[in-house]
Design a binder for this molecule. Sequence first.
Ligand SMILES: Cc1cc2nc3c(=O)[nH]c(=O)nc-3n(C[C@H](O)[C@H](O)[C@H](O)COP(=O)(O)O)c2cc1C
Length: 271
Amino acid sequence: MASRTLRSASKLHSICRSFGSTTCTRYAFAGPTPSSQIKRHLPLQRRSFSSSSPTSSPAATTMSTTDALIQAAQSRRTIYKLGKNSPVPDSKIEELVNAAILHVPSSFNTQSTRLVVLLHEEHDQLWDINIETFKGLVAAGTIPEQLFQNQTLPKLQGMKAGYGTILFYEDPAHIGPFQEKFAIYKDLFEPWAEHSNAMHQYFLWTGLQSLGFGANLQHYNPLIDTPVAQNWNIPTDWRLISQLIFGSNEEAAGEKVQKPVEERVKIFGKQ
Ligand SMILES: Cc1cc2nc3c(=O)[nH]c(=O)nc-3n(C[C@H](O)[C@H](O)[C@H](O)COP(=O)(O)O)c2cc1C
């Protein structure tokens, strides 16, 4: 019962986002954020590591890897305008996705995250399912026709214009036994699973960008959960968490507001 209430609250939230409430205009319906609401993105201030010897001492190797990691984090941005060209063979995408599954951590090593990768026609099919789902909402009177035509449909077609989508799931079957075994943490396993799932999302978002793709993260769940599960024979108890859409990068990232670092980081004992 509780989980049904949660699901319908989540569904309502998804539909609310679909109506384009002020807090989520870039989300299910999204047009670009008005430039009056954004400030110039200040480039990350980075320590230069390049003064160290280029010869390969372990420290130099570590610093160079750190530099690359920061660069990758800085380059990952939300890109909405995507195309169907790929900078790499599909095997590189598979390698990256497998690396996420193998190397992203999870609490107690539960490994409850599941990834479904849809490429080419399979990707197109996902976004056709999305479009059909929203048409159903219009027919039911849940979403005004004009809003759908002017905002939702162009956005969904924009997603379809991409190269692929990664669906992020959680498999609850791998959480229950841990909740029983470690009763003291019972209520924490689900949030921890979400944390781990988000780490997979971040790894793949950043990794796809490093391969030369653009990407954006969406949440059309739970609206599409059932038809997607049916279409790709996905276990019905897997919970869809998010969708990462990627494709050739057809626009520069928008400007981004950055709150001051000093307000968000406290360092003690720095020498
Ligand atoms: C947990 C999370 C959920 C997000 N959900 C959505 C979403 O549903 N739709 C969307 O368009 N963007 C979504 N985003 C993208 C954020 O709006 C975006 O990352 C943020 O504005 C910063 O911009 P950047 O990605 O270019 O750095 C989400 C991002 C995060 C981290």
